[in-house]
Design a protein around this ligand. Structure first.
Ligand code: SIN
Length: 193
């Protein structure tokens, strides 16, 4: 499946011939930019909401005990806040490898905080990929995250870094912050919610 995702992404030719492309990140791409970029700007996309519905066998879990990481799912009127990076097309080889566990490139309109917008790309893991786990209560998601770890580290670290990065951007995300609260309670059961 990983190889298939990489091959599908390589065939995505919408931005062929462009010297630079904007990439929108909503998960680990907000806080971990392990690739060269020309510019970086807080941004959002409309009609999508962030959900910890994607399984991670390769970064934050294992095939036997997958973790849960962020994807975005369509929701009318929703706004998903994140970070946009202006990159050159050569960077996609690295990104396709990093996002290989089910994420496909999709073109989208990216809005910047000054009201301007541009067309760019986002990596999305939809329900058709084999690693997709789907909806669960935020408490159950927190329980799964609390147990999981993979080559990139504990699954909880992903969630906590993302919550911290969203706060630094001055953004709220009820789904992410609810999972964060459950995680805190699971690790310190005596404390209030
Ligand atoms: C993203 O951050 O935009 C994609 C999901 C991830 O790599 O965590």
């Amino acid at each position: 499946m990983d190889a298939a995702t990489i091959a599908i992404n390589q065939r995505m030719n919408k931005f062929d011939g462009h010297a630079q492309v904007w990439l929108f990140g909503y998960g680990s791409l907000i806080y971990k930019a392990d690739f060269p970029y020309i510019a970086r700007r807080p941004a959002s996309i409309t009609g999508w909401t962030r959900r910890f519905w994607q399984g991670s066998h390769d970064h934050r879990g294992t095939p036997m005990a997958p973790g849960r990481v962020a994807t975005i799912v369509p929701q009318a009127g929703a706004i998903c806040d994140g970070m946009a990076y202006l990159i050159t097309p050569e960077v996609f080889a690295h990104l396709d490898h990093r996002e290989k566990n089910g994420y496909l490139r999709l073109s989208t309109v990216i809005s910047f905080d000054d009201g301007s917008s541009t067309e760019g790309l986002v990596y999305i893991a939809n329900e058709e990929n084999a690693a997709f786990l789907g909806a669960a209560s935020e408490l159950d998601i927190a329980r799964q995250i609390a147990r999981a770890a993979g080559p990139s580290g504990p699954n909880s670290e992903y969630l906590l870094h993302l919550a911290h990065a969203l706060r630094e951007l001055g953004k709220t995300d009820p789904h992410v912050f609810a999972i964060e609260r459950h995680l805190a309670q699971l690790s310190h059961p005596g404390t209030a919610g």
